[in-house]
Design a binder for this molecule. Structure first.
Ligand SMILES: Cc1ncc(COP(=O)(O)O)c(C=O)c1O
Length: 394
């Protein structure tokens, strides 16, 4: 008996679809309806008083529901709109104009983060984009060798978005610290699928969002800053929420708080901070150990199914190197993905990855087999062909 299946009833979409896309957007818990209602009630009935009755503290307070999932402590997380903007807040704590101005990243890093740091070249950043020449992983030794005394920042995903490869974050953090660089650990694709312990790893920063494996919906990214750095660093992207006396409306430069509010700026995204809570509550109750155990079983099942059909898989065969997704690069993968969506099997397609299949704790193990047999059927009956024209124009 799979204990985790008792949670299925909390996610209405599971009755209607085979939901295998938690790497992109986790299923919505039905508690979100009530939570959005509570938001509307607080605004509708309490009006401006809602700020002092809870809204003001939410951009740090709600972070306490994320902290246990990534090994952080209470009050150590601030919440923002997305990870790209969080990278901007972090990098605004540093000066790229000195001799220590290198940003080291792999070309397997999420593209938005690559775009952001390449634009920082105008501020003096030197970007060392280490080529991977591979769709699954990068060469760790080669990557470590590029981190040197001129390195300022190393933004790195603990789990790579295309392949779900688990990176040796400890080795990267140790090397970075030996040469005086800071690591921004992106745990977006890790939190909610594998155990994450940002404190044990001694990560300088950890970032991620709640909309994928944490079932928290769009609009909430999280930032953890290591305890000993928190009050020392000074974000240039700042604003009145970070001020010690925001309602003093003092003019001139900021007298910034020393806690996690220090990393905030303008008015927080209150509706999203309401919407994310049911998912976080559920994830905390389910527990990461149980999720990981089931996830390894399900991803193995998909992996073996894909291999049996002779399809290329852009995910490691070694379960200890593989997080929650299996990227199946079957023939005509983009068209196959379109056809799967038409058949209510929700997955996505990414170039150099293939069809990404991401079962979560709420999936039936048989759904893994169903996805594989449907892909085989789509290829055999050539039903993918009807999507070819549309995709070639895209
Ligand atoms: C590992 C990783 N980092 C960053 C992002 C993008 O984050 P955001 O859209 O919040 O900036 C994603 C989105 O899929 C991701 O998978």
């Amino acid at each position: 008996m799979d204990e985790l299946l008792k949670w299925r009833g909390e996610f209405p979409i599971l009755d209607r679809t085979t939901y295998m896309i938690s790497n992109s957007l986790g299923a919505m818990p039905r508690g979100v309806y009530d939570e959005m209602h509570a938001y509307a009630d607080s605004w509708g009935k309490r009006g401006v008083r809602a700020w002092e009755e809870g809204w003001w503290d939410m951009a740090v307070g709600v972070g306490d529901k994320i902290a246990p999932l990534i090994g952080a402590g209470p009050g150590e997380i601030s919440l923002h709109q997305n990870v790209t903007l969080i990278q901007a807040v972090i990098s605004s704590c540093f000066d790229f104009r000195g001799p220590r101005n290198k940003v080291v990243m792999t070309d397997l890093e999420f593209p938005s983060i690559q775009y952001f740091y390449h634009e920082q070249r105008r501020n003096g950043a030197r970007v060392a984009l280490v080529p991977s020449n591979d769709t699954v992983r990068f060469d760790l030794d080669k990557f470590l060798a590029v981190i040197d005394e001129t390195t300022l920042l190393v933004p790195i995903s603990q789990v790579l978005f295309r392949s779900a490869f688990i990176v040796d974050a400890r080795a990267i953090i140790e090397k970075a610290h030996r040469v005086g660089a800071h690591v921004i650990l992106d745990v977006f694709q890790a939190a909610g699928t594998i155990p994450v312990d940002v404190r044990a790893l001694k990560a300088d920063f950890a970032v991620g969002g709640v909309l994928k494996w944490l079932c928290g919906g769009p609009g909430v990214g999280y930032l953890y800053v290591r305890d000993d750095l928190r009050a020392k660093l000074r974000p240039a992207i700042t604003g009145w929420i970070a001020h010690r006396r925001p309602f003093g409306f003092e003019t001139g430069s900021i007298d910034a708080r020393e806690d996690s509010f220090r990393y905030l700026n303008g008015t927080p995204h209150i509706p999203a901070l309401f919407a994310c809570q049911p998912g976080l509550d559920i994830l905390n109750q389910v527990g990461i150990a149980a999720i990981r155990e089931k996830s390894m079983r399900m991803t193995a099942r998909i992996f073996e199914g894909a291999k049996a059909h002779g399809w290329r898989v852009n995910t490691s065969e070694n379960p200890s190197e593989r997080a929650g997704t299996v990227s199946v690069d079957c023939p005509h993968a983009a068209e196959v993905c379109r056809e799967l969506l038409g058949r209510e099997i929700l997955v996505d397609y990414r170039p150099k990855a293939g069809v990404r299949l991401s079962p979560h704790f709420y999936n039936l193990e048989e759904e893994c087999d169903l996805a594989i047999t449907q892909i085989a059927e789509i290829l055999e009956t050539r039903s993918w062909e009807k999507h070819a024209a549309a995709l070639s124009q895209a």
